[in-house]
Design a protein. Structure first.
Length: 211
C-alpha cells in the first residue's frame, strides 16, 4: 500500500499525463507542474519507467471503477451487452477518451520495455478479464466471450483514435451487441411446456342401419 504522499504524487502525475501525453516525458517538467521535484519523484518511484508503470495501474483502477459502478447501478435492469454500449459511450466522450489514449501510449512503452512493465500489464489484463466476466449475463459468462468483448473494445478504441470516426466505431459496437443478443437467443434451449391435459377418448359412433 503506497504512502499517502506517494499516492498523491501518483494521482497528480496521472492527471498531468492525461493532459500532456507520454511522448517526450521528462521528470523535471512533470515535477514542476505538480509542485514537487524530480528528486522526490525518484525517491518515491525509483525511476521514470517505474513511475509510468504505477501510473498504468492507477489508470486501470480509474477505468475499472467506472465499469463497476455502471454494472452495480444496472444489475437488475440492463444486460451485459447494454452495459458494454454504456461504457463505450462514457469512455469515448472527449474528456474520457484522453484516458484511453494515455493507456495505449503507456502499453506501447510497456511492450518496448517488458522487464519494467510486464507485471503491471499482466495484472491489468487479469483484472479487466475478471471484471468483464462478472459483468456479463450468466448465459454469456465464459472466458472466451469476455476476451471477445475486451479485444473488440480495445480495437475499436484504437480505430477511433486513429481515424476519429466516432459514428462508424459506435455503429460497430451497436452491431456487435445485436449479434451477441441474436446468438444468445439461438443457443438458449427452449423450455418444454408440459402437457398435463389428457386427451379425451371419443367412442366411435355406431352407424345406424337403414331399415
Amino acid at each position: 500500500m503506497p504512502s499517502p504522499r506517494k499516492q498523491e504524487l501518483l494521482e497528480a502525475s496521472l492527471d498531468y499525463l492525461v493532459k500532456n501525453g507520454v511522448a517526450g516525458l521528462s521528470l523535471r517538467p512533470l515535477a514542476d507542474a505538480i509542485g514537487t521535484s524530480a528528486r522526490l519523484l525518484i525517491f518515491h518511484f525509483g525511476s521514470k519507467e517505474a513511475l509510468l508503470a504505477d501510473m498504468l495501474g492507477a489508470l486501470q483502477v480509474r477505468l475499472q471503477a467506472v465499469l463497476v459502478e455502471m454494472a452495480s447501478a444496472s444489475a437488475n435492469s440492463v444486460e451485459g451487452s447494454s452495459l458494454f454500449e454504456r461504457f463505450w459511450k462514457w469512455a469515448t466522450s472527449p474528456a474520457n477518451l484522453r484516458l484511453l489514449r494515455l493507456g495505449l501510449e503507456v502499453q506501447i512503452l510497456a511492450l518496448q520495455d517488458p522487464q519494467i512493465f510486464s507485471t503491471k500489464l499482466r495484472e491489468s489484463s487479469t483484472a479487466w478479464m475478471d471484471l468483464v466476466l462478472r459483468s456479463l449475463p450468466e448465459q454469456e459468462r465464459t472466458p472466451a466471450t469476455a476476451t471477445l468483448f475486451t479485444a473488440l473494445f480495445d480495437g475499436l478504441v484504437l480505430d477511433l483514435l486513429t481515424t476519429g470516426d466516432r459514428k462508424r466505431t459506435t455503429d460497430a459496437v451497436v452491431r456487435f451487441v445485436q449479434l451477441m443478443r441474436e446468438s444468445v437467443r439461438q443457443t438458449t434451449p427452449a423450455i418444454p411446456i408440459p402437457n398435463n391435459r389428457r386427451r379425451k377418448q371419443t367412442k366411435p359412433r355406431r352407424s345406424r342401419r337403414l331399415s
